[in-house]
Design a protein around this ligand. Sequence first.
Ligand SMILES: NC(=O)c1ccc[n+]([C@@H]2O[C@H](COP(=O)([O-])OP(=O)(O)OC[C@H]3O[C@@H](n4cnc5c(N)ncnc54)[C@H](O)[C@@H]3O)[C@@H](O)[C@H]2O)c1
Ligand SMILES: O=C(O)[C@H](O)COP(=O)(O)O
Length: 634
Amino acid sequence: MLTKQLEQTYFVIDFDSTFTKVEALDVLGEISLIGRPDRDDVLAQIKAITDRGMAGEISLAQSLELRLKLLNAHRDHLPALIETLMTKVSDSFQRNRVFLAENAEQIFIVSSGFKEFIVPIVTALGIKEEHVFANTFTYDGNGNIIGCDCDNPLATDKGKVKLIRDMKLDGDIYVIGDGYTDYEIREAGLANKFYAFTENVLRPSVVEKADHIAPSLDDFLFDNKLSRSLSYPKSRIKVLLLENVHPVALQLFEQEGFQVELRKGALDEDELIEAIQGVHILGIRSKTMVTRRVLESANKLMTVGAFCIGTNQIDLQACTERGIAVFNAPYSNTRSVVELAIGEIIMLIRNVVTKSNQMHAGVWDKSATNSFEVRGKKLGLVGYGNIGTQLSVVAEALGMEVYFYDVVDKLSLGNARKCKSLDELLAIADIISLHTDGRKDNKNLIGAREFSLMKKGVIFLNLSRGHIVDIQALVEAIKSGQVAGTGIDVFPYEPKTNAEAFINELRGLPNVILTPHIGGSTEEAQENIGNFVPAKLLEYINNGSTYGSVNFPELQLPLLKDSHRLLHIHTNMPGILARMNNIFAKYNINIRGQYLKTTEDIGYVITDVAKNYSDEVVEELKAIDNTIKFRLLY
Ligand SMILES: NC(=O)c1ccc[n+]([C@@H]2O[C@H](COP(=O)([O-])OP(=O)(O)OC[C@H]3O[C@@H](n4cnc5c(N)ncnc54)[C@H](O)[C@@H]3O)[C@@H](O)[C@H]2O)c1
Ligand SMILES: O=C(O)[C@H](O)COP(=O)(O)O
């Protein structure tokens, strides 16, 4: 599967900084110059000479001669060099060792480096020794390396060109390398294509001459439809992270080899429509609205990560219809919200904000009037989910009596008491805190009527979602004294970035704590989220697992071993699994594992199959009616 006739194709591959991540002579210098006081200085000189040679600024002969002189190396240094180089083989070459071994007849290593260290490295990955073309060292009587065999064309300028010309290879020639001398083979008309290999180093003067850029060997193999260890090159996967998500997320995606674009603030709909094109993974927080219109432009989008709890900013239905799996971080900032709520409750019931403001204005007003303990007070929680329950436990530890109301029948924790209706809870509580989710139906859940049902002098908190409270009604309730203190962290409209002003009628009212949606903004929470969400997204991208998705059927899949994984997402209709299995039967496919889960809207079928199947199977699976998305993983 996915192989093409290779008999007439030859791959000419460079060694230093292509097959390996490093320049071998730089590494040799690190070994041979140990103990020399000027080691760092000499190593920097060697590196500079290497770069100038690679960029075509000085001749190869000059570059070799200058470096060998500075190296002061000995035959005895070579075993240590080989040992180090073994650990520095480029990741994508390591991954694709099967391709290298299976196509050894057509692969040539052509390098201006030295056979003494190249041969042991490349033959370990299946390359034939007689297909290695490189220089050899010359030594003095004491084993010191003093130069190289000058008769070898590879020690001279345009040496690779001369060598390839003399080889008279009959067929297509693809050259893969990071240096100018690799490009010269193509320039001389001896190669069909030159791929600038940029996994380890990107040399602008080389890249600009290349037919293609290959950020990895996977990319080269994908581009040429050749057999490879990865179904899709990681370097082609684009990630867009908005709203200042924690830097650890960027690091995790980059480590994976993905291309990551990071933006500080949220984007509005039109900006996002433009930015999302070509993006495979989108990371947002609570402010970016992922609307149906945005999704219509998301031509490559596979998954969305909400780096927060709430997902009401995402059109989940539209995502599902397009086979886009959405994940969030359902617990990572729960504790942070709870701690802020507790802090605010104490500050508000003690009237600390008013006292503090007076002090800043030079007023010393020591009195106990309107200042209370929280012990023994009735805390009413609207919404008894992850945050509501945790707040319940912490509040009880402070001696509060907890009451809660939830639309779903929830188990009371500790001594918390369940209320049968919202109205019942509003009438009982001294302090009311909202912790419902942000579903549309909850718009203005608390308005003028609800404030009128509360006890006079109630303390009121909203750290859930802005649209749940009618702000004008809250303003009236504060002005009339119905609400004695309030803490609001979320607003119907919130500035998109820190540069935008906050405009709201709550500004300047007494005993009101206003915070800029920071309930979940602690270092701990953001770091937790920054680790948690990418792990989910990577599991989905790399393995197909959807465990924890908020809109997809949840499947925790085993790791893929020695099989290909076919992922089929379809509208939930009867008969699709049967049609898939008919196709497998028709092509006599050996199924190694099959997993199915559905929701009301979609079905997700994962089939692990033996590797030897024909491309028609994939085409027929994709053509099944009501297929939303198909993916192949290996
Ligand atoms: N301020 C912040 O920075 C911040 C941080 C994290 C979470 N949040 C928000 O806090 C809220 C709660 O988060 P969570 O993790 O506890 O969510 P959750 O989904 O675990 O719990 C929400 C609970 O609210 C209940 N509910 C929904 N509508 C209701 C209604 N009308 N009346 C009563 N109960 C209702 C649900 O049944 C559920 O039990 C969410 O809106 C979330 O987006 C805000
Ligand atoms: O849903 C959440 O987790 C909170 O509202 C926090 O959102 P944020 O990441 O945008 O601060």
